[in-house]
Design a protein around this ligand. Structure first.
Ligand SMILES: Cc1cc2nc3c(=O)[nH]c(=O)nc-3n(C[C@H](O)[C@H](O)[C@H](O)COP(=O)(O)OP(=O)(O)OC[C@H]3O[C@@H](n4cnc5c(N)ncnc54)[C@H](O)[C@@H]3O)c2cc1C
Length: 405
């Protein structure tokens, strides 16, 4: 079977579905393939920043998420390894009045299925249980891909642009030119629990001496519990994942005795290692979006926003390129790279600062204590992580000095 479309998108997570929706809205014929069937689970802390919520509102899916029980979040509490604590509230960021001063907690089962439904309703063809087998190239340019359905049928898809939105371990990124591995290689363990005590309408992040853990109230009485540890610690999970998960959580003073194994609502899902960045996010005939392009450490809750915003930027670039020759050249798609840099650069720096800061638990705890004590620094920091305050509000000598002195 041969299929010809205006855009082929590999992966129907937030990055792929939203890129597809925006291209279809502009009149393009779009095919999305995903090896999973939706709704599907995805290991994630399931926290959405206010900036991500704004994009979901623009897409018209916010009502669906609310009807399905998504929880508004007023901000985040961060707890250091030695008990220091800060709470930042989006509504108190001091920026011009926000259109939406709350983030959102919602399961990926609900969020991702809603985005796939939205894509379908806008005319996108979504093939589930279908994976990409290999890319097709002509004179060095990507001109489509071979796909395979669960039933074993293969098809050739021709498209002037192929978008890799296939997540953290993207095969498309590898085919485009490989990935860089960051020195910080962490693994995550994620579960849903009932009966977690002491929660407010905020996400909680607890830094430890060996990684960090998060609690996020994702629905009535249901909490997402995530644990992120370095690779050498994750190896201890090899015998019994649940036992490792709970015994490691017990080492966090702020979490001990709050998450009980008896409250487990499903399996503990494992994912890793993190810390990858595509060497070539744009090639002749293709580009990468979402985690396939770059993975953000979950500590700052940036991944979904970056997938959604990246989808907006990718779709604008592709629409611009449709005015030129096919397949779209890397040069005609290169404005996407510049737009990504403008959109994410400051956040990349803040994320790395926090990620490496946590490797020095004493210093990190001290910074949390200083920021928590000096109003309004906590609101500013959490506002930056939620993309409601520009990164420059943190990345300046005054804030950085007050953070440690
Ligand atoms: C432990 C953890 C916690 C996190 N917590 C948060 C958080 O709280 N907030 C936040 O904003 N971000 C968080 N993130 C990051 C967030 O999950 C990702 O950034 C986000 O899912 C990226 O979306 P995506 O569409 O790029 O990829 P994904 O959501 O991973 O979607 C990729 C899709 O591609 C499909 N696919 C893969 N390979 C193929 C193939 N060969 N053929 C066809 N289909 C394929 C998959 O089935 C999947 O549906 C977290 C990540 C982790 C690991």
């Amino acid at each position: 079977m041969d299929i010809t479309v205006d855009a082929l998108i590999v992966g129907a997570g937030p990055a792929g579905s939203v890129t597809a929706t925006l291209l279809a809205d502009a009149g393009l014929q779009v095919l999305v393939v995903d090896r999973a069937a939706f709704p599907r689970d995805k290991p994630c802390a399931e926290y959405l920043s206010p900036a991500a919520v704004l994009i979901l509102e623009r897409l018209g899916v916010l009502g669906t998420l609310k009807d399905a029980g998504a929880n508004p979040l007023s901000g985040t509490t961060v707890v250091g390894a030695y008990g220091s604590r800060l709470t930042g509230l989006f509504a108190k960021t001091g920026s011009p009045p926000l259109h939406r001063p709350t983030g959102l907690a919602v399961t990926r089962r609900i969020l991702d299925a809603a985005l796939v439904d939205a894509a379908r309703s806008r005319g996108v063809t979504v093939m589930e249980r279908t994976r990409v087998v290999e890319l097709i190239r002509h004179r060095g340019a990507v001109t489509g891909a071979v796909i395979a359905t669960a039933g074993g049928k293969t098809a050739t898809v021709a498209a002037p642009v192929t978008v890799g939105a296939d997540g953290l371990h993207s095969v498309v990124a590898r085919w485009f030119g490989g990935v860089r591995r960051a020195p910080l290689r962490r693994w995550a363990f994620v579960g849903h629990f009932a009966g977690v005590t002491g929660l407010a309408d905020r996400a909680e992040l607890h830094a430890g001496t060996e990684g960090y853990a998060g609690l996020n109230p994702i629905g009535p009485g249901i909490t997402n519990v995530s644990l992120v540890v370095p690779r050498q610690v994750a190896r201890r999970a090899r015998g019994d994942v649940a036992d490792f998960f709970h015994s490691t959580l017990d080492r966090f003073d702020g979490i001990r005795n709050r998450v009980h194994p008896s409250g487990s609502l499903g399996p503990i899902r494992t994912v890793g290692p993190f810390g990858v960045r595509a060497r070539r996010p744009v090639v002749d005939g293709g580009l990468l979006v979402g985690d396939a392009a770059e993975f953000f450490d979950p500590f700052t809750g940036e991944g979904i926003h970056s997938a959604l915003r990246g989808a907006e930027l990718a779709s604008w670039t592709i629409l611009e390129a449709t005015r030129g020759p096919k397949p779209f050249s890397a040069t005609s798609l290169s404005s996407y790279l510049r737009a990504r840099r403008r959109a994410f650069w400051g956040k990349w720096v803040v994320e790395r600062m926090i990620g490496y800061g946590m490797l020095m638990p004493r210093l990190f705890d001290r910074a949390v204590e200083r920021i928590g004590r000096k109003d309004p620094m906590a609101h500013t920091l959490i506002g930056v992580t939620g993309h409601v305050v520009p990164p420059g509000a943190v990345l300046n000598p005054v804030f950085l000095t007050r953070m440690v002195l």
